[in-house]
Design a protein around this ligand. Structure first.
Ligand code: GLY
Length: 379
């Protein structure tokens, strides 16, 4: 272990500058540096990194930096890893252009935005989550309040909002953006007569409606189950994670997906690593994949192999005809973002194409890297 000063990382706010600023850090972890003042402790075997779903390197909410850039810079200048991750995902939660999380997330079937989020703090071995929370733009912050201010791990529905109000969060009557409201109106126009049909027919009918709305430009295909998961490992080897989402677009009110459920949408073990997900939450809830991935890494698997094991589990557990395509493989996707305690990372999914990426920020700067797929083709 050695010590790195905060000054070493303050040189620049740009990505390239971040990379330049971080370079001495990596080198410094291998040499004596008597002039350095006490600061961030660096474990020489750890390569500090932030990873997230690709929206963590796409949206900036009008600011200068993305989620992963912000989180990496904060982490490298001494912030608590979870605080850094939450500051990062707040950018996406607040950006109305990302209709998958926070403000302007695609609403439920009643037109109400209901948000889910979870956080886990590896070193503190603490966690918190909220489900079906209405009226707060940044549910990740409320999840953190559950972690810090209560003896509980998960608070849902109206009571999650009451909790948030009591903790001092601003409650808004409606956190639809003009874009999400317009998309809901169009969904209602196209689909309402189908909404509560026999589940087999309903699944196919709703899928058809969704795809027609994607084709007509009302919604982004990636935002139907859209979410952001963001995980980080600091130079001290501290691991944290956060997952935040507006859940499945047009969901039945009260539906919770995987995001707020520890072990499903997020799992962090401070000694082993972190995993989180985006995609069809029902599949991940059934198979509890983030926990599975971390346990596979504990048994020695790499982040990629551990993630692929979870994809196999989902494939094995998907046997209902309505959930299978004409190749008899799942007709949906689930993605996992995985990092181990050394900072090795991977993005894996059931399916991937050339555009399937995840976001990374480390000493080389921020970028999108390819997601590895278990299965060929698309869902
Ligand atoms: N993975 C997000 C959801 O299904 O709600």
């Amino acid at each position: 272990m050695q010590t790195i000063t905060r000054r070493d990382f303050m040189a620049s706010t740009a990505v390239a500058g971040l990379a330049a600023a971080a370079e001495p850090l990596v080198a410094a972890s291998h040499r004596e540096s008597p002039e350095r003042a006490p600061g961030v402790k660096v474990q020489s075997s750890v390569r500090p990194v932030i990873i997230s779903s690709s929206n963590g390197q796409i949206y900036k909410n009008g600011g200068a930096k993305t989620c992963v850039e912000t989180a990496f810079e904060m982490m490298m200048t001494g912030s608590d890893v979870l605080d850094a991750l939450i500051a990062g995902v707040n950018i996406v939660e607040l950006d109305p252009l990302d209709t998958s999380v926070g403000y302007g997330g695609l609403p439920n079937a009643d037109g109400v935005v209901q948000l889910d989020a979870s956080v886990m703090h590896g070193p503190k071995k603490r966690a918190g989550a909220v489900g079906a929370l209405e009226g707060v733009r940044t549910p990740s912050n409320v999840a953190k309040a559950v972690m810090e201010m209560t003896d509980h791990h998960l608070i849902v529905g109206k009571d999650a909002q009451t909790f948030a109000r009591n903790m001092g969060f601003t409650i808004e009557a409606d956190i639809n953006s003009p874009t999400s409201r317009k998309a809901w109106q169009e969904w209602k126009r196209r689909s309402d007569p189908l909404h509560y049909l026999d589940p087999n027919r309903r699944e196919a009918a709703l899928r058809e409606v969704m795809m027609s709305m994607v084709a007509d430009g009302f919604i982004n295909e990636n935002h139907i189950y859209g979410t952001i998961n963001c995980n980080g490992v600091s130079a001290k080897g501290e691991i944290c994670g956060v997952t935040t989402t507006s859940g499945l677009a047009w969901k039945i009110p009260g539906r919770l997906g995987d995001s707020p459920i520890l072990g499903a949408g997020l799992y962090v073990d401070g000694e082993v690593g972190a995993a989180g997900s985006t995609g069809r939450g029902e599949a991940n809830l059934f198979s509890q994949c983030s926990m599975l991935i971390v346990e596979e890494m504990r048994r020695g698997k790499s982040p990629k192999d551990a993630g692929l094991e979870a994809c196999r589990r989902i494939q094995r557990n998907t046997i209902e005809k309505r959930l299978l395509n004409d190749r008899s493989t799942p007709n949906f996707n689930v993605n996992f973002y995985v990092v181990n305690a050394k900072g090795d990372h991977a993005g894996v999914a059931l399916y991937a194409n050339a555009n399937s990426t995840y976001a990374v920020c480390d000493e080389k700067g921020a970028r999108l890297e390819r997601i590895e797929a278990l299965l060929p083709g698309v869902a």
